[in-house]
Design a protein around this ligand. Sequence first.
Ligand SMILES: Nc1ncnc2c1ncn2[C@@H]1O[C@H](COP(=O)(O)OP(=O)(O)OP(=O)(O)O)[C@@H](O)[C@H]1O
Ligand SMILES: [Mg+2]
Length: 474
Amino acid sequence: MRKTEPRLQRKLLAWLLGPLLVLLVLDTAAAYWVSQRFANLAYDRALHEIAREIVLHVHQQDGQPRLQLSDAAADILLMDAQDRLFYRVDAADGTLLGGDATIRKAASPGTDPRFYEDEFHGEPVRMIAARMPIGETAGGPLVTVQVAETLNKRSRLAFEMVANVVLPQLLLIVMATLVVWFGVSRGLEPLQRLRRAVAGRSHLDLSPIDTHDVPGEVRPLVDEVNELMARLGKTFDFQNRFVADAAHQLKTPVSGLKAQIELALRENDPERVRHSLAQLYISADRLSRLVRQLLSLARNEPGALDTVQLQPLDLHAFALEVSMDWVPHAIKRNIDLGFEGVEHPLTIAADQDRLRELINNLIDNAIRYSQEGGRVTVRTSREADGQCKLAISDDGRSIPVEERARIFERFHRLLGTQEDGSGLGLAIVSEIATLHGARISLEEDIDGVGNTFSVFFQPSEDERATVSGLKAAV
Ligand SMILES: Nc1ncnc2c1ncn2[C@@H]1O[C@H](COP(=O)(O)OP(=O)(O)OP(=O)(O)O)[C@@H](O)[C@H]1O
Ligand SMILES: [Mg+2]
C-alpha cells in the first residue's frame, strides 16, 4: 500500500530545510570573507612593523644606502612560530640592497604601505611593499622594502572565526530539523489514525468515518467519502433487495413448472400429455416474460444514464407505429384500440428502444386490465407550455387514488388483480421516464371512468426553437 504520510512529511521537511541549508552556505561564505579581512587587519600591522624594523638597518655609507643586517639578526627579526617570512630591500635606483632576490619586485610602490596577495616559490603569501625613508628621518633617501609572509596563521584564524560562527548555526539547523520532524509527525498523526481506521474496516462496513479528530484541512475530503459511502450503501441495499425480490418472484413459477412436468411425466394418455405440454408452454412463456421484465428493470436503473442514447424522434409517428403492433392483440380481446394525435411532428429527444418499451408496457396494461369489448385510446398532443404529451386511456376499473403512487413500485399489484403479471411493468415505465427527464401522471379518463397514464416529455432543442418562433408569429 502507498503511504501518504512519509511523503508529505518529507516534502514539508525539504521545503523547510532546503532554504535553511542554502542560507547556511551563503552565511558561511560571507563569514569566511569577513574572517579573512579581520585576520589580515590583525597580522598586516605586524608585517608593517617588521618592514619598519628592517629599514632601521639601512644606513648611508659614502652617500649610498647600505643594509646592515646580519643573518642572525634577520633570523630573530623574521622568527615566527607558524609562518615563514622573507624580505628584500631595494635602493631608489632599483639596486638590491639585501634580502631575497627571488621575491617578485613590487610594481611602483608608494610611501603608503601596500598589502597584497602574491606567490613566492609557488606558495601563496601576504606581501607588504612600501617606500620608506632611511635613518628614521622623514626627509632621508627612500628605499623600497618588501616583506612576504606565508598564510598559515591567517588561514587558521579565519578558519577558527568561521567555525565559531557556522558551528552554532549548524547545530541550530539540526535542532530545527528534529523539532520540525517531531512536529510534523505529531501533526500528521490524525491522518495515520484515519488511514488505520479505513484499512481496518470490513468491506461490508459502509458506516460513516468518525470525523471528530480529523484535521480541518482533511475534513471536506472525509465528508465527501462519507457521502459516497452513504450513496454506495443505498445502492447495495437496493441491489440486495432486488436480488431477493427477483429470487422470490422466480421461485414460485419455477416450482410450478417442476410440478407440471412431474404431472406430465406420470401421464400415459398421449392426449393428456399434450394438454400438459400446452400448459407447460404457457407457464414457460410467463416465466420468460418475468425474466425479460427483470432484465429490463436492471437495464433501466437510474445509474444506466450513460447507456441511454437520446436522439430526436417524432413522438406522434413513433407512438402510432407502436400502437399499430398492438392491433391484432386488441382485436383478439375485442378491444377498440384507437389513436388520436396532432398531425405535425412532436420532436423529443428519446432512446427509441426504451421509449418502445415504455409505450408497450402502458398499452399492455390498458388492454390487459380492461374488460372485453372495452376501449383503449392512445393520444399525442402538445401542452400549452410546449411539453409533448403521450396519454394512454382505458375504460377499465379505475385505480383507487390511494394506490396511484404505489403501483409504480416494484412487484406491487392491486389486490384482486386476476390477470397474469408480476408487477414490474409500471416500475420499468417510471425508470424509463426518469432516464428521459419525463414526468408521469395518472388520472381517470376524460369521462371520469377508467385510467389515463400521461407522460410529459420536454421538447427537443430544435422543437423548442420552432415552438417559440410559432408563438412569436401568433
Ligand atoms: N390500466 C390499468 N388499469 C387498471 N389497473 C392497472 C392498470 N395498469 C396497471 N394496473 C394495476 O397496477 C398493477 C401494476 O402494474 P404493472 O404493469 O406494474 O405490473 P403488472 O401489469 O401486474 O405486471 P407486468 O410486470 O407483467 O407488467 C397491476 O397489477 C394492476 O393491478
Ligand atoms: Mg403491466
